[in-house]
Design a protein around this ligand. Structure first.
Ligand SMILES: [Ca+2]
Length: 319
């Protein structure tokens, strides 16, 4: 499996990278950096530190991408991940540096050079993917598959009641990508709340592995675990990006999914960044309102992932 991972590397983004970097048979061909969780330059440092933690420093190029969303001001989530996105660990600067070239250009170049072969995992705001598509629309047909962590599935968001963070910070980019014709699977925040929690017992078992990577995981996860426990009242930590990556790497973990018509709200007063997901309970749309046109399903929405299998994948990555 050939992968490009687009990431605002902080907290759970790190663990997603570790899953992919440690998985036999998977080649991470590039890591592309987007604005998001913390400061833009810090995302690159965190990706480079993660490569070193996986003993892959110097082997996977890291490209810098969009530093801002299309229209709105950047919005971070340092309150979840710490100022450095790594639970204020202040890891030493990695020897590897970002590679020359823009993330969007590299996505285009690499996908078009290997049509049908590159899987994209988008675990940040979709700005880089949208830019790549605008530069070369044929990438929508040339990627093997696009995995998106983002949006909600008729559930509550994590920034506003309506919107999940990645879609909230750049809804215009999300709308472009969702309507571009990529073969797409979406792991939503709703699904993360169902199956993306690593319990306190599982986290203790991961720490007890005693490996350097397990120690790195435990250290990086500290702030988001505290946030989940103290603010969200959860007995564990939430892992949207790692859950998405685990499903992409091993589709046998997907226990339920549904093709759906999805779209993104960009101008709602209260619902900006909302992912609209069709549902079986709804009437055909042209029956409900003749002014509306029926659209074919444009994404697979993941409804259920094997949590134990996700945990096992994380454990294997930390050995
Ligand atoms: Ca992310």
């Amino acid at each position: 499996m050939r992968l490009i991972i687009d990431t605002d590397t902080a907290g759970d983004d790190v663990f997603s990278l570790m899953l992919a970097l440690r998985r036999p048979g998977v080649t991470v061909e590039a890591i592309t950096i987007a604005h998001g969780n913390v400061g833009f330059a810090q995302h690159a440092e965190n990706a480079l530190a993660t490569l070193e933690a996986c003993e892959r420093g110097g082997e996977v190029p890291v490209y810098l991408g969009a530093q801002r969303p299309f229209t709105r001001a950047p919005l971070d989530a340092a309150y979840v991940f710490g100022a450095d996105g790594m639970s204020d660990s202040r890891f030493p600067r990695a020897a590897q540096r970002p590679s020359p070239g823009h993330a969007a250009d590299e996505i285009v170049r690499r996908v078009m050079e290997a049509p049908g072969q590159i899987t994209l995992i988008a675990q940040a705001a979709l700005t880089n993917i949208a830019l790549a598509y605008l530069r070369e629309p044929r990438i929508a047909q040339a990627v093997k598959h696009l995995w998106i962590m983002g949006g909600t599935d008729n559930g509550v968001g994590n920034v506003t009641p309506a919107a999940e963070y990645n879609f909230y910070v750049d809804p215009e980019a999300a709308k472009i990508v969702i309507n571009a014709g990529f073969p797409t699977s979406i792991v939503t925040w709703t699904e993360t709340l169902r199956d993306g929690l690593l319990s306190l017992e599982q986290l203790a078992a991961l720490e007890a592995l005693g490996t350097p990577r397990a120690a790195f995981f435990t250290q990086v996860n500290r702030t988001s675990l505290a946030f989940a426990r103290e603010t969200q009242g959860l007995d564990g930590s939430l892992h949207p990006d790692a859950l998405t990556c685990a499903a992409a790497l091993n589709e046998a973990l997907i226990l339920d999914s549904e093709m759906a018509v999805v779209d993104v709200e960009t101008i709602g007063e209260l619902t900006r960044g909302y992912l609209s997901v069709s549902h079986a309970i709804l009437p055909d749309i042209e029956v409900a309102d003749p002014a509306l046109k029926r659209r074919p399903p444009n994404a697979r929405v993941i409804k259920k992932i094997d949590q134990a299998g996700f945990y096992a994948a994380m454990r294997d990555a930390l050995l």
